[in-house]
Ligand binder design. Structure first.
Ligand SMILES: NC(=O)c1ccc[n+]([C@@H]2O[C@H](COP(=O)([O-])OP(=O)(O)OC[C@H]3O[C@@H](n4cnc5c(N)ncnc54)[C@H](O)[C@@H]3O)[C@@H](O)[C@H]2O)c1
Ligand SMILES: [Zn+2]
Ligand SMILES: [Zn+2]
Length: 391
């Protein structure tokens, strides 16, 4: 089959590799009908996440049709079922899964020992996302093996909704939703969201659906800011205006109650002192992440406010103004998304027409054109916001 394989940073190729087979009775094989490139894939493409190996199959946002089911999954899945696969592989039985903390499932990371050493505790297995999260082949491929398939799926109706309307249930839609839910939004709240990439776009709409009074979105890419505005946000271009000054202006000098980092470890900034410091340290491997957005949020968020961080960080962060966090009594909430915790509710909202997540798609290509699309998406060329691949 064809699959997008990682070879080294900035070298992803569409290779011919063997089809996956059932390896365990709880597995299923899914024929992928649509998959997407996620902002998290860019951290692998750019080489900032440790634990990738030559030949790893990329992709953790995908859906398709079940074509084979292992004997232990047959009570839950049938050949022919239409499924979206969550990026987090879940057993459904461990203590964390039973609490709905699916992204920290205790059983599905098959490289638990290595992850325990790096992070203190292993987290769930993830598709197409480094050997620290299990090294499972991903879904930017014609077929994929889904481990723990009896629990690791979201069934979607066969008719009515298009692939693009439901595909993002596997990642960016629940990610934006969880980021907003973790802010415990009140009807009087201003929610500021850094990053108008696909995750930021979902976060903007989620915050408004959850009843925020005002949503302010920050980026420097004009077409992404325009999409944010179309979704109901007031926008700030960080290249053209001071983010802190504008946020204070828009909140009567008090700062936003809720701040969400939908940017993560590869933040860009105009030449501020801290961003130059980060670039230099990251380039000589003395810092893994560029936490400019976190610093800005810690500075500007209203006292007693909440910082929600769906943006991915990989390691050790430098020069964070933790004094501001502590003295102003802030709450920080973060995490990889507990996808299946939210998806029944979100599928219902799509079916009811409250939201159609396909608005974010700008590019549709074949797997063969996937490698080039990584660059287009990363460099935000050609108005690219979200890429869907059709194997
Ligand atoms: N927590 C999760 O489970 C989860 C799931 C999916 C994605 N993510 C993470 O969410 C983040 C965003 O993903 P995405 O798909 O939207 O990626 P993306 O790279 O397309 O979007 C990031 C956006 O941030 C903007 N940006 C950069 N520096 C900024 C700054 N200083 N201020 C404001 N905006 C800035 C960029 O211009 C870009 O539009 C990534 O870190 C990704 O890994 C997390
Ligand atoms: Zn993702
Ligand atoms: Zn579990």
């Amino acid at each position: 089959m064809k699959a997008l394989c990682w070879h080294s940073p900035k070298d992803i190729r569409c290779d011919e590799i063997p089809d996956p087979t059932i390896e365990h009775p709880r597995d299923a094989i899914v024929k992928v009908t649509s998959c997407a490139i996620c902002g998290s894939d860019l951290h692998l493409y750019d080489g900032y996440m440790p634990g990738m190996e030559n030949g790893d199959v990329m992709g953790h946002e995908f859906m398709g049709e079940v074509v084979e089911v292992g004997s232990d999954s047959r009570h839950a899945l049938n050949v022919g079922d239409r499924v979206v696969i969550p990026f987090t592989i879940i057993c459904g039985e461990c203590e964390q899964c039973r609490r709905g903390n699916f992204s920290v499932c205790e059983r599905t990371n098959r490289n638990k020992n290595a992850a325990d050493k790096v992070f203190g505790h292993a987290t769930a297995g993830l598709f197409g996302y480094t050997h620290l999260t299990g090294g499972y082949p991903g879904g930017q491929a014609e077929y994929v093996r889904v481990p723990y398939a009896d629990r690791t799926h979201i069934k979607v109706p066969k008719n009515g909704l298009s692939d693009e309307q439901v595909l993002f249930l596997g990642d960016i839609f629940p990610t934006g939703w969880q980021a907003a839910v973790q802010c415990d939004i009140q009807p009087t709240d201003t929610v500021a969201i850094w990053g108008c990439g696909p995750v930021g776009q979902m976060t903007i709409r989620s915050a408004l659906l959850l009843g925020a009074k005002q949503v302010i979105a920050i980026d420097n890419v004009p077409e992404r800011l325009a999409m944010a505005q179309a979704g109901g946000a007031t926008t700030i271009n960080f290249e053209k205006e001071s983010v802190v000054e504008r946020l204070n202006e828009l909140t009567q000098g008090k700062g936003p109650e809720k701040c969400i980092d939908a940017v993560g470890m590869e933040a860009h900034a105009t030449a501020t002192l801290d961003s130059i410091y980060d670039k230099v340290k990251q380039s000589v491997m003395l810092e893994t992440d560029r936490p400019h957005v976190l610093r800005e949020m810690m500075y500007v968020c209203r006292p007693a406010g909440t910082l929600s961080v769906p943006g991915v960080y990989g390691g050790l962060l430098d020069k964070l103004p933790f004094g501001a966090v502590m003295n102003k009594g802030r709450t920080i909430r973060t995490g990889q998304t507990h996808v299946n915790r939210w998806t029944d509710d979100l599928l219902r909202r799509i079916e009811e027409g409250q939201i159609d997540p396909s608005f974010v798609v700008t590019h549709r290509v074949s797997l063969d054109d996937g490698p080039g699309m990584y660059k287009t998406f990363r460099d935000k060329e050609d108005g690219c916001v979200k890429v869907v691949l059709r194997p």
